[in-house]
Design a protein around this ligand. Sequence first.
Ligand code: ADP
Ligand code: MG
Length: 562
Amino acid sequence: MDAKKNIITYEELRKMLIACADRIIRCEAYLTQIDSRIGDGDHGIGMRTGMTAAKRVLAADRDDRDIYAMMAEMSGEMERTMGGASGMIFSSLFSGNAKGHAPASEMTATEFAAYMESGLHNVISIGHAELGDKTMVDAFAPAVDAMKHHTGSFGEMILAAEKAAHEGMEKTKDQIAKFGRAKSLMERTLGFQDSGATSVWLIFLQMADEITGRTTPDPVAEEETFEQKVVSKKIINDPNAVVAEEAEGFLAAFGKEIEAVPGVNGFVRKNIPEGKTALLIGGGSGHEPMFGFFLGDHLADAAANGNVFASPSPETVYQTAKAAAKGGGMIFLYGNYAGDNLNFDKAAAMLEEEGIHVRTVRVKDDVASAPRERMDDRRGIAGDVFAIKIAGAACAENDLEEAYRIACKARDNLYTIGVGLQGATIPGKTEPIFTLPAEEMEYGLGIHGEPGVRRTKMDTADHIVEELLDGILADSGIKEGDVVCTYINGLGSTTMMELMIMNRRLAQLLKEKKIRVHDMDVGSYVTTMEMAGASITLMKMDEELIRYYDMPCRSPYYNKNV
Ligand code: ADP
Ligand code: MG
């Protein structure tokens, strides 16, 4: 188009947005590499999913030639299908002021700037990030500001926005992350740019190319170092189909009692009793046997699954919840991550509108991920297992409010710390999310392959257990005379032999400290694919929690007292 023009037509905008989507799709590997440094390495995948959804809408030429209806439909399709933190965030960026807007087949520069400004407001109102928090807002807000001050022509406006987005993105290198999966890393995020900000810049870069007719090359992922060139061997067919094909295999194995929710990646128990308080769990894939394998008697009723390490979309959660709703309301129980919170909250709001009551319990057991004063910022990791155990038992016997109270009590008494020895590789990628020299380990590790809180020297099993337990006791205040259940979780490739050696030391230490053990569990229920490492979880018990803990439960992977 002519860069000096002050007006963009429906057709020019459609072409420009398709080009932006193509740019992001081409840059998937680059975005994923950036997200791997301080996030969980899924940003490229999430953006590719979203931009593919956007293209589906943009590909169809509209009879009404209405820009606003096209944009509303595009952002709606992204929101429904994308998942991850970026799903809600980037669909909001594109949602602008489209909703309820009078139809128009062209837009002035001022109108386009206003559209993007509304998008920014939408992003902030759902994500609450401020400038300096190291998110996409740090690129998007300056870009919107630049647009507002350069409305003379589209060329002038978009070039100014691209420049501002680039500067904003560069500045994120000097910021400490306060949102998303990167936030647990605190100071360790310094020096690395934010992945969402990078996507924003790429979108404006492509807009500028389209408008000025120039062609700038795609940024490329850096050369892998020798250490990173460990080719991942995985038994898969198509990296893009792993989650769907996994679901087919799962149903072939457990389809007697569990069925698929049509149209989305969700599972639901067959024969959930009428009126039952339902328990819905879920999150990204890659943590198997969490989540689907925990559907069963006195456990969860439904599981909503996302892509590898990415939250399920609101549509997936909503449809799965509908399939499990039996009139008794529902508990959503999942790990505390920005992406999951946004997507599950959106689904909960959709259900509430239909009169289905939802109570939300976010597991936040990872002691290392934030200090005690910021408990609500903590992530959910292996403690999920005990939270599901108690919530499942409580939902089997109680109405929604009572089951919610008990589930919260379990959640509030859960403490976990882990160590990571080697990162996992996302299907289709050739390098692990992180690699470590033989003599080092990561202390305080998430379950998405995010790097830990700090790197320490590799140590003996006994010393590792001592350090992890000390951390938990110092934080939780669990002391002599208290009763606990313990759980040692392997992250994927750590052997049962190693986990039992850890458990041996854990039992010795608890005995020495005169902390009473009600039950000890050891397994690999919450994995990060083939990551190496383990965590220790303690749940502080009281009589009520013990009663629910001891209730029998049965599922494909987790059984107690049956
Ligand atoms: P996830 O964090 O679920 O892995 P992605 O990797 O797809 O999601 O996206 C991460 C990006 O999303 C971050 O780099 C950040 O720019 C953006 N983001 C996350 N949370 C927020 C928020 N609350 N507000 C604005 N942007 C956010
Ligand atoms: Mg990510």
